[in-house]
Design a protein around this ligand. Structure first.
Ligand code: NAP
Length: 429
């Protein structure tokens, strides 16, 4: 690789503008560590006149990023626009086809088109790096690709969305409602101001799970059946109850291989207060990897924000500058398997159930009979009466129950006239 490396930064929002400042202020460091001089020769965003956090050089500004590739000799393109399709995909595609290395924090793009883009990168002998797409500043992808390169990884799980973890931690501490805590998170910049739907419904964490699976198990990115539940329906009442049972509620992303089949899921979990994952609070992210021979590896750090994300982008840059040319998913595309998908209806898990019922004789036995009908056995049962309203909360922790049976059982309970609200189900982890 030549001594001066031309860089284009496409997208100058929260991430792109912070990164641009890092690139400009760390040139000397980069030279000392890699022997390469970097030069930002093109930048792009929609609006040339928008006021940005850091000063930009308007002489190298493009409103159409695709033009950069025709006009300038670029060695590395950093895509920080976002979204899985549209201009983000087009510019990455065009760069790779023109033998330009690409770095991106865009998990939506990689989790949807990562396989195709990895083939393009491999064919054109350039890097496609996406460390910042999972866990922000936590160097988890490089840890899997390099640090744990010869391990057989069995399971990866963790807290992969800082917005959700902040909301759940805050609801637990303040006993405030989901809506109030969400609005506080938005004011503090921890949740998107407009529509944070993709954080809250588990979609963002699932995109990260898919990338983690592909790297950990050497499989192609799956787009089949998955279990995705968010935190939108978590009630402050559940925090009070699970607190007494010595649990916390966390949104976990989990991927594992069961009988040679891939099982990916994102859903709220009850985790014991004295576990490691139970003590990762606020906007923190954490990833736990179980492998052989390494055992358990734990990585924790800030999962988002311009600082941690830029830290990961810079590590991708230095990897390329050091000539670390790699297959994007660790191994060549033709060795990556199309993995079979585990049928989640076969899965068994202990459950936390909360049912709001009419407080009258016989209701409890109706519920326990219904559970028994679907082979769900009770480990613990608590009844919390509300004498004023003549209602009661029935809280049940079950023994391991089959997923399909639980779904059917809940459906039958939902239509029972003694049950006043849709039952709450949270899986134990
Ligand atoms: N924010 C985080 O904490 C975080 C963490 C990890 C990963 N990421 C990922 O980083 C990426 C960028 O996120 P962000 O938060 O920086 O987004 P953002 O603040 O919304 O910035 C998006 C940038 O893309 C530009 N853009 C949009 N359409 C364009 C087009 N057609 N041509 C050229 N530029 C265009 C926008 O231009 P204007 O400024 O002119 O509107 C803006 O500068 C996303 O993939 C995101 O998932 C973000």
């Amino acid at each position: 690789m030549k001594k001066t490396i031309n860089i284009a930064v496409v997208g100058l929002g929260k991430i792109g503008s912070y990164l641009l400042n890092e690139l400009n202020s760390k040139k000397k460091d980069i030279y000392i560590k890699t022997g390469k001089k970097i030069k930002v020769v093109a930048i792009s965003a929609r609006n040339k006149n928008k006021k940005r956090q850091f000063k930009i050089n308007k002489n190298i500004f493009y409103t159409n990023p695709l033009k950069i590739i025709n006009d300038k000799k670029i060695d590395i393109l950093i895509e920080a626009i976002g979204s899985s399709d549209g201009i983000s995909k087009k510019i990455v595609e065009k760069a790779l086809k023109n033998k330009i290395h690409v770095i991106t924090p865009n998990k939506a793009l990689i989790s949807k088109h990562g396989d195709y883009l990895a083939v393009l990168a491999e064919k054109n002998k350039v890097n496609l790096e996406f460390e910042a797409s999972v866990g922000g500043g936590i160097p988890v992808l490089r840890t899997i690709k390099e640090g744990l390169a010869t391990n057989k990884i069995k399971k990866v799980y963790g807290i992969l969305n800082g917005t959700c973890n902040y909301i759940l931690s805050e609801m637990e501490q303040t006993k405030d409602s989901f809506a109030n805590v969400l609005s506080k998170a938005q004011k503090l910049g921890y949740a998107e101001p407009g529509n944070p739907k993709f954080d809250l419904n588990g979609y963002d964490a699932l995109a990260k799970v898919k990338i983690l699976s592909a790297l950990s198990f050497n499989n192609k990115i799956s787009n089949s059946k998955y279990l995705m539940e968010g935190i939108e329906n978590i009630d402050s009442k559940d925090f009070e109850i699970v607190d007494q049972l010595n649990y916390r509620i966390k949104l976990l992303g989990i991927t594992e291989i069961i009988n040679n089949q891939l099982f990916e899921r994102v859903h709220p979990c009850l985790v014991k207060k004295n576990t490691y994952i139970g003590n990762v609070n606020g906007v923190m992210n954490a990833v736990i990897l179980e492998g052989n021979p390494v055992g358990e590896s734990v990585l924790q750090g800030e999962g988002a924000g311009p600082g941690p994300t830029s830290s990961a982008l810079m590590s991708d840059l230095l990897s390329i500058l050091r000539g670390n040319i790699k297959y994007p998913f660790g191994i060549s595309d033709n060795r990556r398997k199309k993995v079979k998908i585990y049928d989640m209806n076969k899965y068994s898990n202990s459950l936390y159930l909360r049912l709001e019922v009419k407080d009258k004789p016989g209701v409890l036995s109706i519920i326990t009979r219904q559970l028994a009908k679907f082979n769900i056995s009770v480990q613990r049962l608590i009844q919390i009466p509300d004498n004023k309203r003549k209602t009661a909360s029935i809280v049940i922790i079950t023994h391991e129950a089959n997923e399909l049976n639980s779904k059917k059982c809940l459906k039958s309970l939902k239509v029972n006239s003694n049950i006043l609200k849709a039952p709450v189900l949270i899986r134990l982890f």
